[in-house]
Design a protein around this ligand. Structure first.
Ligand SMILES: C[S@@+](CC[C@H](N)C(=O)[O-])C[C@H]1O[C@@H](n2cnc3c(N)ncnc32)[C@H](O)[C@@H]1O
Length: 267
């Protein structure tokens, strides 16, 4: 019987290829050659949890399951969730200076924004902060930010809205003061002294949901803006269902720039 705590299970080339095919087909993510060690390390926890002694057995579990529960955990382990508040600031400059200016001019009173691969939530919360800053009568608006992602682990963090204080290093001081509150200290050697919680006034604008962009999209739309950043390779694979391909999620009103294309163009 394998010692699951100590044994490092070998990932054979053929097993890596099979995992790669499955992940590409189901999530659109490419596992490039050279990522074997990374995949082996990230999936070691799943093999230990299932008490499996080989990746061949793990593939049997994935191929034999009916409900997709293990596939969800596999994709949680494989996805790269790197993000930050106000990442790629030029997108937020555009949001503030062009998009919101047009929204205000329309005075439509309704606004729908989709953060299509929101990871741990920093992107939709950054959008929410700009809406609070840019629309002084926001509470009179019918506003929703839909934030979706494939990773259930990332979404759990997003939903909680609690982050280590260090994640706010690049956030302007006045935003820190207005939109975050301290919620105690993080212990241990890696602790950086505290954690912060996103203000309810911003959290209340955002609805989180799991959505695999490779599967069908249940939202009715249309959206006024779509943030689809740093997940473009996946989106290319589902282009026929994308806002560009379908044409029914195009931004509308007042000749506003199309969020999808504009965000993409500025990457
Ligand atoms: C690098 S992060 C980008 C986060 C954020 N958009 C940003 O730019 O900071 C990529 C995100 O895409 C998500 N993702 C990857 N494949 C996906 C798919 N098929 N459907 C939905 N989300 C996916 C990952 O879980 C991850 O959170």
């Amino acid at each position: 019987m394998p010692n699951w705590n100590q044994a490092r299970v070998e990932l054979k080339g053929s097993e890596f290829a099979s995992l790669g095919r499955l992940i590409k087909e189901r999530a659109g993510i490419d596992l490039k050659p050279g990522k074997e060690t990374l995949v082996q390390a990230r999936l070691a926890r799943r093999l230990r949890a299932l008490e499996l002694g080989s990746f061949a057995e793990y593939l049997d579990v994935l191929n034999g399951e009916g409900d997709g529960a293990e596939l969800t955990l596999l994709l949680d382990a494989i996805t790269t969730n790197v993000t930050s508040f106000f990442r790629q600031p030029r997108h937020f400059t555009y949001l503030r200076e062009e998009f919101l200016a047009e929204v205000k001019a329309c005075a439509k009173g309704r606004l729908r924004i989709w953060s299509a691969a929101c990871s741990t939530g920093e992107e939709p919360y950054s959008i929410g902060i700009h809406l609070r800053e840019g629309l002084s009568d926001l509470d009179q608006w019918n506003v929703r930010i839909l934030a979706t992602d494939l990773s259930t682990e990332a979404l759990a963090t997003a939903q909680a809205g609690v982050y280590p204080l260090a994640r706010l290093d690049d956030v302007p001081a006045e935003f820190k003061r207005r939109y975050f509150s301290s919620v105690g200290r993080i212990g241990g050697a890696a602790g950086d002294g505290g954690s912060v919680c996103v203000a309810p006034a911003v959290q209340s604008l955002v609805t989180f949901a799991r959505l695999n962009l490779m599967e069908s999209w249940p939202m009715a739309g249309p959206f006024d803006a779509i943030f689809c950043r740093n997940v473009w390779r996946v989106v290319e694979k589902c282009r026929p269902r994308s806002p560009v391909g379908r044409g029914d999620h195009r931004c509308h009103g007042c000749g506003r720039a199309e969020g999808w294309r504009s965000a993409r163009a500025r990457q």
